[in-house]
Design a protein around this ligand. Structure first.
Ligand code: SF4
Ligand code: SF4
Length: 373
């Protein structure tokens, strides 16, 4: 089986993969819900951090606890937990970001008993020197909580190793992004999406090995690239859990060449400075990486970052993928669109549920947008 096919099997059946890891190695599994979860510390505690996504079995039990105007991602994660499908988790980590994630944490704490439950209360404004010190203190407390909750000491050597592994993954991911940008025909959107999802699930050392091999293969293909007439697009939003959308874009003669997603560049951006003490260095990366709308680092930082991404990727347009009832992204959309309009960058807004399938109306909207580019 090829590397990407192997990753896809894991991404399509994450719970059986995680159960196998637990059974074979006794490794603890810790769920996370957001790209601000300090995964390096979970890794350093010998556990496997796993980003959770919503339910594809419909949402029933979660509606007894969360209003239907919470986003389908959060309601879907709760559904998975209340259905018992997340019983394999040894703990959960909730960064203090959007309201929906905070409410999910409250409901989780009251209804789902796990050995470990942490709220990581990061500051809202991340760009000041005092925020960075505060962040380091928060990470220090999280480290102590993890040690107690998982009954595992986190040594300096473990932390340094974790930083090295995550840096190596982020460096390879950055190269993968560059290669896609140079030759988007070299890798299908679905495969790219599989790699990103796998980065959040698979044992990280093994993932790094697979990723390095995939990037090396792609490097060879890039040198044989052919010019393409497909329209180049950047996707912007919170999460993209819609592999079908990539196929729909490609069927409409478009290609994704960059993104501004939590399940994308925001998750990988920026390496950790290996010359600083690990916790201070992790805090520094958080304060410098591209922010999400649940955080603040200046009134127009996200818009500037999006315009820069479009320019760097030589993109023809932007597709906003907005999860219904996601307030933080909905509030940011008007000003982001305005900034794109000022730069004469066309954009399309798609409002979706986490499990929206491509086809029909979505396909027509994509085709119409791509044709005018
Ligand atoms: S948009 Fe922000 S709060 Fe929401 S998942 Fe992404 S990083 Fe977390
Ligand atoms: S940022 Fe939006 S999509 Fe992400 S968890 Fe919060 S409300 Fe849901």
């Amino acid at each position: 089986m090829g590397r990407i096919a192997e990753l896809r099997t894991i991404v399509d059946h994450p719970y059986s993969y995680l159960q196998k890891i637990k059974d074979q190695s006794g490794k603890k599994i810790v769920g996370t819900v957001c790209s601000y979860a300090p995964e390096e510390l979970i890794f350093a505690a010998g556990a496997l951090p796993v980003r959770l996504f919503g339910s594809d079995s419909g949402i029933h039990r979660a509606d007894l606890h969360l209003q239907s105007y919470c986003c389908s991602l959060v309601r879907g994660i709760l559904e998975e937990a209340l259905s018992g499908r997340l019983d394999l988790l040894d703990g959960m980590v909730f960064p203090h970001t959007c309201d929906s994630i905070q409410r999910l944490s409250d409901v989780w704490r009251l209804n789902l008993v796990k050995p470990f439950h942490a709220d990581v209360v990061l500051p809202v404004k991340l760009s000041t020197p005092s925020a960075r010190q505060y962040l380091t203190d928060v990470l220090n407390k999280f480290k102590t909580d993890l040690e107690c909750g998982l009954n595992q000491e986190i040594t300096e050597a473990n932390l340094i190793h974790a930083v090295k592994i995550y840096n190596a993954i982020r460096t390879q991911m950055t190269r993968l992004y560059q290669l896609r940008c140079e030759n988007p025909q070299g890798i299908k959107g679905q495969d790219f999406h599989t790699i990103i999802r796998a980065a959040m699930i698979v044992e990280r050392e093994y993932f790094l090995e697979s990723l390095t091999a995939i990037v090396a293969d792609l490097e060879k293909m890039t040198s044989e690239k052919e010019p393409s007439r497909a329209r180049r697009l950047v996707i912007s939003g919170g999460i993209c859990n819609h592999p079908d959308v990539y196929d729909a874009i490609e069927a409409a003669d478009g290609v994704v060449v960059g993104d501004d997603l939590c399940t994308g560049s925001r998750y990988f951006e920026g390496v950790i400075n290996e010359n600083l003490p690990p916790l201070a260095a992790i805090a520094q990366r958080y304060s410098e990486r591209a922010i999400c709308p649940a955080k603040h680092a200046g009134l127009t930082q996200r818009g500037e970052n999006l315009v820069r991404t479009v320019r760097d990727c030589k993109a023809d347009g932007v597709i906003f993928m907005l999860l219904k009832f996601c307030d933080p992204h909905a509030f940011d959309y008007p000003y982001l669109k305005e900034m794109l309009d000022r730069e004469k960058i066309p954009s399309l807004l798609l409002e979706m549920e986490e499990q929206t399938e491509a086809g029909g109306q979505l396909q027509t909207r994509l085709e119409t947008f791509i044709q005018i580019l």
